[in-house]
Structure formats: C-alpha cells, structure tokens
Ligand binder design. Structure first.
Ligand SMILES: Cc1cc2nc3c(=O)[nH]c(=O)nc-3n(C[C@H](O)[C@H](O)[C@H](O)COP(=O)(O)OP(=O)(O)OC[C@H]3O[C@@H](n4cnc5c(N)ncnc54)[C@H](O)[C@@H]3O)c2cc1C
Length: 392
C-alpha cells in the first residue's frame, strides 16, 4: 500500500510545534531575512536548539531522529514562514545527514552527527562553475598525501555555505577521464583555507548560498565517506532523499501563497461582493488548492517510500520534486493574481514567494534532470538495488 497523506499523531505534534516557533520567532523578521540576505545569529541559535539543522540525526547521537515523513512536515512548516530557513534545515538536517548515516564509518559518522545535534550547520557541496547537471565532470581535486587529502577547487551555489561548520564535498580522486568512477565524498571542516563568498540570488535569500573555495585544505584521510572513488552512487542516493526535502521547501512556499490568496479573496470586495464570490477568482483559488494538495500528496508518498526503503524511491522523489517545481511556480503565480497590484508590490509577501518558488525548478537537479530520471525508470524498470543503501 502506498503511504499517502494522512498525518500520524507524531507528525501532527511536529507540525504544531514547528509552526508555533516559526510564527512567534521568525515570522516578524522573515521579510528582513529576505531583504538583508542573512539570518540573524539569535534565530540561528534558536533554530538549532529546536533541532531544525539536525532533523534526521538519530536520537542515539543526540538528534531529533525524525522519519522522512516527519522531516517533510518540519521543512514544510519552516518554509511556510521562511524559505531561507526551510532550505537550510532541508540541507543540514536531511541532505547532509544522509551520507554520514548511510555510508560513513561509525567513528566519522558519530563525530559529525553529534556535532550537528549540538547545533552545528552542514552544507552539501557538489555543483561547480563547470558543471551541475553533469555532476560526473566535477574537478575539485583531493590528492592523497600520507594520512591526509589536500583539497583544492571551487564549488558554487552552495546552500548554507555562509553558515556551515563543515561541508560534505564531492571531490575528484581519480583522473578527469574516469568521470563518475573517480568521484569521492569527503567531510571538510570550516577553517582558514576555506574561503566563502555569499551570492546575491533572486530568492531563498538569507540561506547563505554562496561560492566555497578550498585552497589546498589538508583533511584527515579518515574523513573520506566510504571507499575512494565510490562517491558518485552515494551522491545520487543522497539526492534521492534531498529532492523530497527540497520539494517540501517548495510546498511550504506554495502553502503560504495559498493562505494569503484565500484570506485576501475573503476580505477584498469588488462590485459589492467579496472576491471569493466571483467565479473567475473561485477558479484561481481552487486551482491553487488543487496544486498544493496534489503536491503534498506526492511529497508525502515519496517520503513514506524513503522510510520504507522502497526501490521506487528515485522514481517517486523525482516525480515529487518535478511536480512541486512546476505546480509551485503555477500556484504562486495564480495566488499573486488574486491580490492584483498588491501581489506585485513589495508590501505583499506574494512578491517574495514568487521569487522564491522559481528555485525549486533548479536546485537539487533541474526539471530536465528530474525528467531524465523518470524516463530512465520508465525505460529500464525498477532496479532492486535502489531500495538498498549499500553499494550494488
Ligand atoms: C538557490 C540554489 C541553491 C543551490 N544549492 C545547492 C547546494 O546546496 N549544493 C549543490 O551542490 N548545488 C546547489 N545548487 C546548484 C544546483 O543544484 C544546480 O544549479 C543545478 O543542478 C543545475 O546545474 P547548473 O546550474 O550547472 O546548470 P547546467 O547543468 O549547466 O544546466 C543548464 C541548463 O541546461 C539543462 N541541461 C544540462 N544538462 C542537460 C542534459 N544532459 N540534458 C538536458 N538538459 C540539460 C539544465 O536542465 C538547465 O536547464 C543550488 C542552486 C540554487 C539556484
């Protein structure tokens, strides 16, 4: 049976707890976070105390130990108020946790997962100026030198770059020609050899997205996640989970747009009637409702399949991400229409949501990349190893 959208008791408690924190603490400054492109330190501390940057870290390491379904509930609720904090928690609390939990040695995993549980922030650094979709072409090098690796190269568009205490970095340990067979995953601590430059992006502002330069950083060889040159499959498996977390950030943005449109349609009048009584506006808001609910159903289905370690995960996570992206852009556009000129003005939250939602069509694999995964599945069928974490 497919696990569709039906909140369990725990999910309900998580939703209410996170919503209360976000409404009380972050909502009053969400516009400022966007404007100034930074999350204040006090908010970072409180979010870390809430466990928002360590959502998937198991309780045995001191983390909240959330399932994937519970994680998407939390990420959706954070993103409903602040997309910046939402994507930060998706990356640090879910995407960066996955390889540490699934593939790192017990010692390495424990050390960094405990650090996340204690309030540190992680980033996942794959994309480079040369290449994003073509991840097998990355050129950031890690040269073995005794008991260390020397890391040099540049990553770009890295969420959390600005705030991160450590980075899970995709590095080339083989020759450039070896493509995916010469890629490894390495944990690199923030230190003076790591240079970070914050970027001015259209949306998700405040999420610390930036360029990360590794200037001959010396990293203990024990920080390698798994065996040398086996990183590519681990990255792909990480992105399966990451896509669902990223889709949940889009869902939070959509939900915020939906609520704003309905509330405005009930209070604004035209020709003697609230907007919501006009048929054209009824079309707009019912379309937004349809897009939000279908996105939520698909995301919770994909999250449930992750919890069940189903071989259908890559297919469903790409479907959920693609659907969240295309429905998200459409839903926020229609919601903005309900607000008329106000929706297009900086006075309205819709203007920010409209800028934010576009990112879901790009980050964690573009719409085109998702379509490639979906078509590959339809072409070749389910591969049983997709349900397992170990190497196939
Ligand atoms: C706000 C934001 C946050 C991000 N956070 C992170 C992060 O935390 N970590 C990280 O590693 N990356 C991150 N990214 C990077 C993101 O994952 C990449 O931008 C994305 O994968 C696309 O890569 P690219 O920008 O190099 O575009 P390209 O790969 O150059 O693609 C350009 C265009 O060509 C299309 N295209 C490329 N190759 C093909 C092909 N083979 N077939 C068909 N079409 C193709 C793409 O779909 C796209 O439309 C983030 C990006 C943004 C915008």
């Amino acid at each position: 049976m497919l696990p569709g959208w039906s909140p369990t008791g725990d999910e309900d408690i998580i939703r209410r707890t996170v919503r209360e924190f976000m409404e009380k603490t972050v909502s009053p400054i969400a516009a400022r976070i966007d404007r100034e492109n930074v999350v204040p330190e006090q908010i970072l501390r409180e979010a870390a105390e809430m466990g928002l940057f360590s959502l998937r870290v198991p309780e045995r390491y001191g983390g909240p130990g959330l399932s994937m379904r519970e994680t998407v509930v939390a990420v959706e609720e954070v993103s409903r108020v602040s997309s910046a904090l939402g994507v930060m928690s998706a990356v640090s609390g879910s995407i960066a946790v996955f390889p540490l939990l699934a593939y790192a040695s017990e010692d390495l995993g424990r050390r960094y997962l405990e650090r996340l549980a204690s309030g540190e922030i992680a980033a996942f650094a794959l994309t480079e100026p040369c290449c994003g979709t073509d991840a097998a072409a990355i050129s950031t090098r890690a040269e073995r030198d005794g008991d260390e690796y020397v890391v040099s190269g540049e990553k770009v568009f890295i969420t959390n770059a600005w705030y991160a205490d450590f980075y899970i970095v995709a590095v080339r340990t083989g020759t450039p020609e070896s493509r995916h067979r010469g890629v490894s995953l390495l944990v690199v601590d923030r230190s003076p050899c790591v240079e970070v430059e914050k970027l001015e992006m259209l949306g998700f502002r405040g999420s610390g997205t930036g360029i990360v330069r590794f200037n001959n950083c010396r990293v203990p060889a024990g920080n390698l996640i798994g065996e040398e040159n086996t990183g590519f499959k681990k990255i792909m498996m990480t992105l399966n989970e990451g896509r669902v977390a990223t889709a949940a950030t889009g869902l939070g943005v959509m939900q915020a747009a939906f609520e704003e449109a309905v509330s405005y349609a009930k209070t604004r009048t035209s020709m003697g009637q609230p907007l919501i009584r006009h048929q054209m506006v009824q079309y707009l808001i019912s379309e937004v409702a349809r897009l939000v609910e279908s996105t939520r159903t698909l995301i919770y289905t994909a999250a449930g399949l992750i919890d069940a370690r189903s071989p259908m995960v890559p297919y469903y996570s790409s479907l959920a991400k693609l659907h969240a992206a295309e429905s998200g852009v459409q839903a926020v556009r229609l919601a903005m229409q309900v607000l008329g000129g106000l929706g297009y003005s900086r006075e309205s939250v819709l203007e920010r949501l409209y800028r934010d939602i576009k990112m879901i069509e790009i980050g964690d694999g573009t719409n085109e990349a998702q379509r490639m995964v979906i078509a590959r599945y339809l072409d070749r069928g389910i591969r049983p190893e997709w349900g397992r974490l170990e190497e196939s």
